[in-house]
Write a protein that binds this ligand. Structure first.
Ligand code: ZN
Length: 324
């Protein structure tokens, strides 16, 4: 028997009800996970994500975002890792300031830093990122990362989650003044990512480093250029920031000391995998032979360490070929 129009409507209402409940659950959950603004300096704030890899338990809240409040509007640095977290970040900013959100600077297009952009786009902000992100956005890698996030972070990342393209592409270092405050956007890539940008708030001597600095977890290295990344850390220290807001982990008041962890990890990977590449030891064997005890108990070790070692092994092969 064909369904009556009433029962068709009933079914539609039923599914609409489920969809609304899911959306409401996602919105509530993002608040429950605790996106709380922490003041860094007179004008600068950040929110600190949880230490592990993205999972249903942490709802993808695994990275930091920052914002700067000026008399003429708010500048946001990164947008967190799901659309719901983007909304939660916007709500957190609204507890500090009602000023318009003028722009979002994306430090790099990795999933945990930009999937929250739609909330800011809807709020009228302009999205700025380095032009090198374009290649990533067009890549199969970006699509497979989105598929992975849809699996791991459902329902917060789902079929309607879109990868937002910047409104303005940056070609290198850029500065601007807003509300009397000076912002320097410095291109550091390719280091952690091809499109690494850091943001310096000159008046407060606060530096938002993106993922050039990690703390409290195993960094995500993947196919990063760790040689350039190490050099980028030296460049950041030369700027003598009073405070550095990393992409992951707590704000640093002693950047030189706190960068040591990221530096040591990259040096260790490069030394172990560099020797293996030089000796033409196969990767699996080299990975087995390396003593990982100093990092084994850190958050994200299981999710990231082997991928990091493999990416570094390939990089060291390329570097050793360049030398020959
Ligand atoms: Zn990253």
């Amino acid at each position: 028997m064909p369904a009556s129009p009433e029962s068709g409507l009933g079914v539609a209402r039923f599914f609409l009800g489920i969809a609304c409940a899911l959306l409401a659950a996602a919105a509530v959950a993002a608040e429950a996970i605790g996106v709380k603004p922490v003041q860094v300096s007179e004008h600068a704030w950040y929110v600190q994500g949880l230490p592990g890899p993205a999972s249903a338990a942490n709802q993808g809240y695994v990275s930091n975002a920052g914002f700067v409040v000026t008399p003429e509007g708010v500048v946001v640095i990164d947008a967190l890792g799901t659309p719901a977290l983007g909304r939660a970040l916007l709500a957190a900013i609204r507890t500090v300031s009602d000023a318009p959100i003028r722009r979002v600077i994306v430090t790099h297009y990795h999933a945990d830093h930009f999937y929250g952009l739609p909330a800011f786009k809807s709020a009228g902000a302009e999205i700025w990122a380095h032009r090198a992100a374009r290649e990533y956005l067009d890549s199969a890698e970006a699509q497979s990362r989105l598929d992975q996030r849809r699996r791991v972070l459902a329902p917060w990342v789902n079929e309607s989650t879109k990868l937002l393209v910047p409104d303005r592409w940056l070609d290198g270092d850029t500065s601007f003044v807003l509300g009397g405050l000076h912002f320097d956007l410095l291109y550091m890539g390719p280091a952690h990512a091809p499109d690494d940008m850091v943001v310096v708030l000159r008046e407060d001597q606060v530096l938002f480093s993106g993922d050039i600095m990690f703390s409290g977890r195993i960094p995500f290295v993947g196919n990063a250029d760790s040689r350039r990344w190490l050099a980028a850390m030296d460049d950041l220290l030369r700027l003598k920031p009073k405070a550095m807001v990393p992409g992951h982990g707590p704000v640093s008041r002693e950047p030189a000391a706190d960068l040591e962890f990221t530096r040591d990890y990259l040096d260790y990977l490069r030394a172990a995998m560099g020797k293996a590449a030089e000796d033409m030891t196969a990767f699996d064997e080299a990975y087995q032979q390396t003593n990982w005890d100093r990092y084994r108990n850190m958050p994200a070790f299981d999710a990231a360490n082997r991928v990091n070692a493999y990416g570094t092994y390939l990089l060291m092969e390329r570097e050793s070929l360049q030398k020959k």
